[in-house]
Design a protein around this ligand. Structure first.
Ligand SMILES: NC(=O)C1=CN([C@@H]2O[C@H](COP(=O)(O)OP(=O)(O)OC[C@H]3O[C@@H](n4cnc5c(N)ncnc54)[C@H](O)[C@@H]3O)[C@@H](O)[C@H]2O)C=CC1
Ligand SMILES: C[N+](C)(C)CC(=O)CC(=O)[O-]
Length: 487
């Protein structure tokens, strides 16, 4: 049964939550008194649709249904998860909880996006305090996986476990903050860096752009993949963390930081920052900046995924859980049709200057389809480790139609012939029923020792024969054996 998320407050963060739940297959209801809320949420959703699905190398569930509601009561009735993202004012949040707890299910989790309030503060005066936890996200909520999950002593282990499971199921990384403190863990760091930045602007040391450069050309890149402590361990050289602390420990008592002082946010300082920010980035609209940010984040996250490291490790494990493709011959339910060997969305970093999937990525998708077919017929990691594999000898791709970032594509594969050393495959790439491209490939079975052709042994030969025989009964696909030329 489809699960229901109720989003209370559809601004910057609420809009991100809408996209996260909706694109992970939940039905989503929104309550926000702002008449502009629906437009704003739909713009966030447009950006999410082009970026989030392509983070995965497998297909996300079908999108849920999105509805807007006039009352909190209607929004939360029957919801499994309620996410409060109203402005950061404690009395407003209390008021919202009062209304929603009168109408929501007892078993629903109420997560708050609060950047700074402790859960025990949010729970004050609530009808059911144990239902409310902090689930603090990071903007853009649809791409960044971290959620600071902060319970108080009122929350039971069951509530914490349930919240973790639901957040993980929508692709997030719940970091259980075991002690409740103002601003949780991450916003404490952000506040420290923010304060230093304000001082440097006020004192005329650096502009907004120079501060951003100091982060994005250097330590920001290190932090994105290893964080603080793993990075500094390496900086200690072979002697590691102890040496690092010995060497840089003394500077803690030098005047390197203004952390304890807060610059006064005078009109003059605000003007200075806003003017510098306009000069730096004012030539882009906020939506343009969001798309630039999303392109960068997708590229970084997919890079980390290729390394199976940090946030990329999470994406790898999520793909394994969501992968519904047949992994072996026994998983194929119907031998009377082609085998689905790729089912995924087009990632943002597969698109080019024409705004559609680049030609090289057609080969990547077909190559992935070939790899998957090889696995299904038994040419898997163990088989290859035993010293035999397939090499591709010839490829012919026909680009029939274009496809855009975020679109769900399938590659279906027919074995045209699988006798002796040769494996002849024909792939069709589809978006729904629309044919996007075909790929025809001739592979040769080889010994990885001699690098010469040889016949596959029975671990591959038997499953391949079975599949080839079944596929021989299918119609010969249109375009097999076609050559490049003028029609
Ligand atoms: N903007 C950010 O970078 C982050 C913000 N947060 C937290 O998320 C929460 C929301 O912040 P933003 O989305 O940035 O604010 P926002 O101002 O963009 O959105 C707040 C939305 O709540 C709506 N709203 C006001 N009263 C309401 C009510 N009674 N019922 C339902 N909706 C109501 C407003 O119309 C608005 O659309 C805050 O608690 C904030 O601390 C958390 C992480 C990052
Ligand atoms: C500035 N902020 C405190 C609202 C930031 C956050 O809460 C998290 C984020 O996305 O940076």
């Amino acid at each position: 049964m489809t699960q229901i998320a109720a989003i209370i407050g559809g601004g910057v963060i609420g809009g991100g939550w809408v996209a996260r739940f909706l694109l992970m297959g939940w039905d989503v209801r929104v309550f926000d008194p702002d008449p502009e809320a629906e437009r704003k949420v739909s713009e966030v959703l447009d950006n999410a649709r082009r970026s989030l699905p392509g983070l995965s190398d497998v297909a996300l569930p079908d999108e849920g249904t999105l509805t807007y509601h006039e009352t909190i009561a209607e929004t939360v009735a029957g919801a499994d998860w309620i996410q409060e993202s109203v402005p950061e004012r404690l009395e407003l949040k209390h008021k919202v909880y009062k209304t929603l707890q009168e109408h929501c299910e007892k078993g629903a989790i109420i997560g708050s996006s609060t950047s700074g309030f402790k859960p025990s503060e949010l729970q004050q005066g609530a009808l059911s305090p144990a239902q409310i936890v902090v689930t603090h996200p990071f903007n853009p909520v649809y791409l960044l996986p971290l959620i600071e999950l902060v319970p108080s002593a009122e929350n039971t282990a069951d509530v914490i476990e349930k919240a973790k499971n639901i957040l993980t199921s929508v692709g997030m990384y719940p970091l259980h903050v075991r002690a409740e403190i103002d601003a949780h863990i991450a916003d404490r760091f952000l506040e420290a860096v923010w304060r230093e930045a304000l001082w440097m602007i006020k004192d005329g040391i650096a502009t907004t752009e120079e501060i951003d450069d100091a982060i994005r050309y250097g330590f920001g890149l290190r932090w994105a993949q290893m964080g603080l402590f793993e990075t500094y361990r390496i900086a200690g050289g072979e002697a590691g963390m102890r040496h690092f602390i010995e060497q840089f420990g003394p500077c803690l008592s030098w005047p390197w930081t203004k952390l304890m002082d807060v610059p006064e946010l005078t009109e003059e300082l605000i003007d200075l920052i806003a003017d510098q920010s306009d000069a730096q980035s004012g030539h882009h609209s906020i939506r343009d900046l969001e798309r630039i940010r999303d392109n960068n984040l997708v590229t970084i996250l997919r890079g980390l995924k290729a390394q199976d490291y940090g946030a990329g490790k999470l994406l790898v494990s999520q793909d394994k859980q969501m992968n519904l493709l047949p992994q072996a011959l026994d998983d194929i339910a119907d031998f009377g049709t082609e085998v689905v060997t790729v089912h995924r969305a087009v990632p943002l970093d597969w698109t080019d200057y024409n705004g559609h999937m680049n030609e090289a990525r057609y080969l990547q998708a077909f190559g992935d389809g070939t790899d998957h077919l090889m696995k299904i017929i038994g040419c898997d990691a163990d088989y290859i480790a035993s010293g035999v594999s397939y090499f591709t000898a010839e490829t012919h791709i026909r680009h029939i139609d274009e496809v855009l970032a975020g679109a769900k594509i399938k590659v279906v594969t027919q074995v045209i012939a699988g006798e002796g050393k040769k494996l002849h495959l024909f792939h069709r790439m589809l978006e729904g029923d629309r044919l996007i491209a075909t790929g025809e490939h001739m592979l040769i079975h080889v010994s990885l020792e001699t690098r010469k052709a040889c016949v596959p042994d029975e671990r591959v030969a038997i499953p391949l024969q079975k599949l080839a025989k079944a596929h021989a009964a299918l119609p010969r696909p249109d375009g097999v054996g076609a050559a490049v030329g003028v029609r």
